[in-house]
Structures are given as structure tokens and as C-alpha cells.
Design a protein around this ligand. Structure first.
Ligand SMILES: *[C@@H]1O[C@H](CO)[C@@H](O)[C@H](O)[C@H]1NC(C)=O
Length: 459
């Protein structure tokens, strides 16, 4: 066996399958007590930093479970503005309270997932709308400047500017968001994803028709680009989109379809950061699964799907997707298992790979196509014609490419990742073939233990 550093680039970029890049769960509790007028009593905050054994929300156990057993790679961590500043509007972040929230954030980051900071205030503070009679834009900018400074070095942080704005002046709100985006980038968080939330509770049904989508998509980074500025999208399946009824009356394909069409025409991306249904609700199992399959099928414009909710919610909560610990392992309820995890894992529809994009540092000499995929075993076979001379691994840390005659190891110190392409976020084994003999299997170290185990079995 020969060891060798990977030199340059293989054109795996651009492979696409019909599922979103980021699948995740809200690990709720930091927003407990928040009302839609932006009141969030401090005493109600219940960060999921407890052990389930003590009857609390075991955010750490849940996130490890979802990441390891289900391959989830994004967790949403709601928190109230009041908690972060200890109820003192305009104050610096409260050190003690930030430390508690940060514990949850670090626990999330430790799973390897992306972690979303969600200010759960409905664009308000105690009844007053930000920049529209309530807190000033400067106070809101100050909050985000401090958070961005705190997490500037963490590439896996996602900034969700605000949960569910509603009943406000949309152009003014977009102007407020522009100031925050500029502040976040200027604080050093230059490339992290920022989610831009629209009015009417960010509803997929009205984002386009109500004007939010167009107003928010005009927001730019300081350099004029719109890189990693993503439309935030929410929607429930009950009669008034409130997520408070057990009956699911729609699969929302109309609403999400409208947003998808808008994004496609605008050449932009969206992320569904909140949706959910009642595990025991009428028609919910069918319609929630249909909805999530639809979102996955539109993964060219939807980069992620985050379900509501686990964390400090008891398993009896109307929309609970809180897993249960059976003494040995975590167990998802059927809604979470079938409609969130399985619609994603089992998505086998493969869209044609776009033409590979040539890199300046290497000639692309192989055109890969997916010949088979199994998300259940975590394997994917990719066939290539031509001569493979170069492979770019874009995961940080090591990856190993094996063949019958060659083992290529990446240099762990190199920045690296090819496998962040949407299709390849759980590519535990990539078998490639050249003209003749199979030459390579590729392991990604960023995948969960479950898949590592399966993969090693496969290898
Ligand atoms: C969503 O519901 C509509 C209306 O019942 C139905 O026609 C459509 O097939 C469903 N979509 C999916 C993805 O199942």
C-alpha cells in the first residue's frame, strides 16, 4: 500500500440528490415563556442543560443522539433577547447568562453539527417593535454585534436574526436587518450563514405574496454580495399556521412550492427553520411526511429543514419530537422517525449531476455520475470515466481513500472539503471506478459514528 498526499481536485462538486443539505431539530427551552409581543419573562427560561434522569431537557443527550443515530447536522437553539441581556435592554450581554447559553452552543458544536442562534422575540421587546417604536435598531444591532463577535471564529454557527416577525412595516424591517447583517460581517463573522426572516410569522404561505421575500433578498453583505444570506422560512400544517392544533389540514406543498419558485427565479436559497406537527394529530403523519419529502425534493433551493421541537419539551407536548430514553438508547417518536429522519435518509431520488466546475488548480478529467445510493447503509457508488488524477477532500481532518492498490491520506492540516456538497454530506463510502478497475472508496470522518460503523463493515 502506498501512502500519498492528495494533490488537488476531483470534480465531485455539483453532485446533487433530492434532499436538503442540513437536517435538524430545535433544541428548545431558552425561549420558554416568550409571547408573540416579544415579552419573555426571565423566570420562564428553561435551557435544556439538564439530564433526562432528573426529569429535565437533556439537550446534550438529544443532540448526540440525533447527530449520531440519525445523521442530523443542524440544531436550532432558541433563546430570548431578555435572557441574554438579563432583562436590561441595550446592556452588554450578561456574562452569567451568556455562559449558560454558550454551554448549549458548545455542546451543539461538539457534535460536529451546525448550530443556529435563534433570537426568539417576534421582532419585539415587551410589546415594542424593533426600529418601529420599540427598541432602536442600534439596540438590536448591539445585541447581534456582541453575538457575532463571540462566535466569529465558529464557522458552524448560523445566525437566525429573529424568530417570526409579524405585523410590522416590511421595508423598515428589511432596513433593520440590513444594518444587522452589516454589523455581523463587520464583527468578523464574514462567511457564516445568516437567515433573514419575513413578516407574518415567516410563513411560507405569504413570504412571497406579502413582499417579505423581495425586501429581504435585497439585503447584501458589505462587499455587495449576497453569499450565505438565506431566506428564513416557517410553516405549520394546522388550520391557522399556529402550530397549536392537533389536526393537520395541509401538506403545504402549495406554500413551499411558491417559495421554491421565487428562490429559483431569484437564484437564491432558503432554509425551513421551523415546521412541525402533532405526533398524535389527525392526518399529521401523512401530511407532515408529504411536506418534508417535498422540501427535500426541492433541495436545489432549500438548503435545510429544522423540525420543532425537542429540548426541554416533555414528550407529551402537542408538537413533541423529544426522543425518549428507554434505558439503553434514545428512541424517536414515529412522527420524527418517519417524517423527519426517514424522508431525508431514504430519499433516493437522484437529480442529474450538473457539469463539473473546473478548478483553477487542476484539470477535471473525470466526470462522476451516481450509479447507486443507499442512505440506510450510508453508501454511495459513483462511477467515473477517464483518468482520476486528483481528488479534493473538503472535510477538515483526515479522510482516507482506499483502493486495491493505493491508499491516499489527506493531510489533516490542510483545509479540505469536497464532501460538503449537498449530495455528499453522508457519503460514508464512495466507491469510484475508472475505465477499468475500481480504485477508490472514500471515508469521511465528519460522518456520524453510526455511519462510520456501517461503513467499516462495508469496507
Ligand atoms: C399534497 O397534497 C395535495 C392535495 O391533497 C396532493 O395533491 C399532493 O400530491 C400532496 N403532495 C405530496 C408531495 O404528497
Amino acid at each position: 500500500m502506498m501512502l500519498k498526499s492528495i494533490i488537488c481536485h476531483l470534480a465531485l462538486f455539483g453532485l446533487g440528490s433530492a434532499r436538503v443539505q442540513f437536517l435538524g431539530m430545535s433544541i428548545a427551552g431558552g425561549e420558554f415563556g416568550c409571547q408573540i409581543d416579544g415579552s419573555c419573562p426571565l423566570g420562564s427560561t428553561q435551557l435544556p442543560l439538564q439530564s433526562f434522569k432528573l426529569g429535565g431537557g437533556d439537550g446534550e443527550g438529544q443532540m448526540k443522539h440525533f447527530a449520531t443515530d440519525d445523521g442530523m447536522n443542524l440544531f436550532r437553539l432558541p433563546i430570548s433577547w431578555q435572557f441574554l441581556v438579563n432583562n436590561q435592554l441595550g446592556s452588554p450581554l450578561n456574562t452569567a447568562n451568556l455562559a449558560k447559553y454558550d454551554k448549549l452552543v458548545q455542546t451543539c458544536l461538539a457534535t460536529g453539527a451546525h448550530c443556529m442562534i435563534d433570537i426568539h422575540n417576534f421582532a419585539r421587546w415587551n410589546g415594542g417593535i424593533i426600529g418601529q417604536g420599540g427598541p432602536t435598531d442600534e439596540q438590536f444591532v448591539s445585541l447581534w454585534t456582541q453575538l457575532a463577535t463571540e462566535y466569529a471564529a465558529s464557522q458552524n454557527i448560523v445566525f437566525e436574526l429573529m424568530n417570526e416577525p409579524h405585523d410590522l412595516d416590511i421595508p423598515k424591517w428589511a432596513a433593520t436587518c440590513q444594518k444587522v447583517v452589516t454589523a455581523i460581517r463587520s464583527a468578523g463573522a464574514k462567511t457564516q450563514m445568516i437567515l433573514l426572516p419575513g413578516s407574518n410569522f415567516d410563513s411560507a404561505a405569504t413570504l412571497v405574496s406579502g413582499g417579505s421575500a423581495a425586501a429581504l433578498m435585497a439585503i447584501t453583505n458589505p462587499d455587495g454580495s449576497t453569499d450565505n444570506l438565506v431566506l428564513d422560512v416557517h410553516k405549520y400544517l394546522d388550520v391557522d399556521n399556529s402550530g397549536t392544533h392537533a389536526e393537520c389540514i395541509t401538506n403545504n406543498t402549495g406554500a413551499f412550492g411558491e417559495v421554491a419558485t421565487f428562490l429559483r427565479q431569484a437564484e437564491r436559497k432558503g432554509l425551513v427553520s421551523e415546521t412541525g406537527a402533532a405526533p398524535d394529530g389527525s392526518a399529521c403523519l401523512a401530511r407532515f411526511c408529504e411536506q418534508n419529502s417535498f422540501i427535500n425534493a426541492n433541495s436545489d433551493v432549500f438548503v435545510g429543514l429544522v423540525s420543532w421541537a425537542a429540548g426541554s419539551f416533555d414528550t407529551s407536548y402537542l408538537l413533541a419530537q423529544t426522543p425518549r430514553f428507554d434505558g439503553q438508547k434514545w428512541v424517536n417518536n414515529q412522527l420524527a422517525a418517519d417524517c423527519v429522519v426517514d424522508t431525508w435518509l431514504k430519499s433516493s431520488e437522484v437529480v442529474p449531476a450538473p457539469a463539473p466546475v473546473a478548478s483553477s488548480s487542476s484539470a477535471i478529467v473525470a466526470v462522476p455520475t451516481i450509479t447507486s445510493t443507499s442512505y440506510l447503509t450510508g453508501t454511495r457508488t459513483i462511477s467515473m470515466t477517464g483518468t482520476i488524477t486528483t481528488i479534493e477532500i473538503q472535510e477538515t481532518s483526515s479522510a482516507v481513500i482506499e483502493s486495491s492498490s493505493t491508499v491516499l491520506e489527506t493531510d489533516e492540516s490542510q483545509p479540505t472539503t469536497i464532501l460538503n456538497a449537498p449530495a455528499l454530506d453522508i457519503p460514508t463510502t464512495v466507491e469510484t471506478t475508472t475505465n477499468s478497475a475500481p480504485i477508490a472508496s472514500m471515508k469521511s470522518p465528519a460522518i456520524s459514528n453510526k455511519y462510520n460503523t456501517l461503513q467499516q463493515a462495508v469496507l
